[in-house]
Design a protein around this ligand. Structure first.
Ligand code: GDP
Length: 465
């Protein structure tokens, strides 16, 4: 109930602590206006500086966004050298090209938006049919979608950053005004190392257009560059809530996704005293036998007192009324865990007398790349997870990272499941709600700032805490 909230508090809550600009069009993005009713208010407040920068960013995006005069001029300059092109415009762009599943896409889009904020660029995203209509437009009165007729849409790799080694003799004059950089780790690590260097960042300032293909959460690497760190510190005095703020700012479920999410919430979560989300990501069904993973989940949740133990072999009906109830939402590609846990609490009473309801929004069986409805269900699962009070998520899963970050809670991270036994401990509490940058092998552990630590699930990965 919102009774007791003063008008002003409510207004701030609705706008997520000031993250969202006032006066958005309600009909086109219902979730933006309703989310606050489905979540506890966040304990993390964005800084005033971040809020002022977001408003500046929105102005810039409106001024430079697709089909504006500035954009059209910049497109015409694509064939000139960067020196000519940059002197003809004050609008600079960075284009996001995604890779991997939805979790990877969301964390990398958020990283690139952070980069755009820091470097005064405009973020445009190349969304294929597979992600069409999952998200609302995040910036008021403009679009973040790269237009279909963007002239270089089909030929991104015109100039590869691998050709630039920091001391390169290639003169900027000889280059096109557009630079495509592939940061996907599997495709080679060199560009990755090169990109996150201060010299490279200085060099890149000369390009009006950058396109980055990426699938990771690069924000910790952004903090490790001297040229970006001071401004980042002003944006985010509290590092551990960076993704929480940016993800709630950027990713609003489209009306289609919101319908699914809000109906599930009302049917299965709303009336519970406590909501617990469990995300079970299996990276290989052979390496992770289901019965062991089930044991691990129960050992984790019962060990951490999230779920009560079942009282086996006792025929005790629950007292009829006023029991505390817990709603468990399982997100997984498979129905197995949902069926087993539901059965457990139907067949046996709990030692505490609590009533446990178990639900699962979807079970797709397989990861399907390039499928729009599949991605819609994945997005709904992620968002529904994020509406829980407590989360249990899977190690190494960007899907779980996004749910955790949107929720702004520290989840219990299930260790990578064992092939022959349940890991001990089965899970451990996350040190912050930030995603882990899973791959960053090229750093000096002695040089890390105090707010960057190794991840609890990926020993070489880095996260903000
Ligand atoms: P990660 O591989 O765990 O880091 O997460 P990604 O989201 O990048 O890729 C996994 C993809 O598999 C998702 O985007 C979905 O397409 C699918 N997937 C995995 N787990 C689930 C789940 O619990 N629910 C749904 N609906 N899809 C899932």
């Amino acid at each position: 109930s919102l009774a007791g909230d003063s008008g002003e508090d409510l207004e701030v809550r609705k706008r997520l602590g000031g993250l969202l600009a006032p006066g958005n069009d309600e009909g086109s993005c219902i979730s933006r206006h309703q989310t606050y009713m489905y979540r506890k208010s966040s304990p993390h407040l964005p800084s005033k500086y971040l809020i002022s920068k977001l408003r500046q960013y929105e102005d810039r995006h409106r001024r430079c966004g697709p089909f504006t005069e500035a954009y059209n001029r910049s497109i015409r300059g694509l064939n000139s050298s960067p020196l000519d092109a940059i002197s003809n415009t004050d609008c600079k762009y960075v284009v996001w090209v995604g890779s991997g599943g939805l979790g990877n896409m969301i964390i990398s889009m958020a990283s690139l938006f952070n980069y755009a904020l820091l470097t005064n660029r405009v973020l445009l995203v190349k969304h294929g049919d597979d992600v069409a209509n999952l998200f609302c437009e995040p910036f008021p009165n403009t679009s973040w979608l790269l237009p279909e007729d963007f002239p270089l849409n089909k030929q991104f790799d015109m100039f590869d950053i691998k050709k630039f080694d920091g001391n390169s003799s290639v003169s900027v004059k000889d280059l096109p005004s557009f630079l495509y950089i592939n940061l996907v780790y599997e495709d080679g690590v060199e560009p990755y190392y090169l990109f996150f260097r201060d010299e490279t960042q200085t060099y890149l300032q000369g390009f009006p257009w950058l396109a980055l293909k990426s699938d990771q959460y690069h924000v910790p690497a952004q903090f490790m560059m001297k040229s970006l760190e001071p401004e980042l510190n002003r944006f985010f005095p509290d590092k551990a809530s960076l993704f929480h703020h940016l993800s709630r700012y950027l990713f609003h479920p489209s009306n289609r996704a919101w319908g699914l999410i809000s109906r599930f919430y009302q049917a299965y979560m709303e009336r519970a005293d406590q909501r617990i989300g469990i995300q079970v990501r299996i990276f290989g069904t052979k390496q992770s036998p289901f019965h062991l993973v089930l044991k691990q989940i129960l050992s984790c949740t019962q060990g951490a007192n999230l779920l009560p133990k079942a009282e086996y072999n006792r025929c005790k009906a629950s007292p009829p009324k006023h029991q505390t109830s817990k709603a468990i939402t399982i997100a997984s590609l498979y129905p197995f865990f949902y069926q087993e846990i539901k059965n457990l609490y139907l067949m046996n009473p709990t030692v505490t007398g609590e009533v446990i309801a178990v639900h699962q929004p979807s079970h797709e069986e397989k990861q399907k790349l390039g499928d729009n409805v599949h991605n819609l269900k994945a997005w709904a699962d992620i968002y529904i997870l994020s509406l829980n009070d407590v989360l249990v998520t899977s190690a190494w899963s960007t899907f779980g990272y996004v749910a955790q970050g949107l929720a702004g809670v520290k989840s219990w991270i299930l260790e990578l499941p064992g092939r022959h036994s349940v890991p001990n401990p089965p899970c451990r509490p996350s040190t912050s709600s930030e995603p882990c940058l899973l791959l960053f092998p090229n750093y000096n552990p002695g040089n890390l700032p105090p707010y960057i630590k190794n991840c609890e699930d990926a020993k070489l990965g880095l996260k903000l805490v």
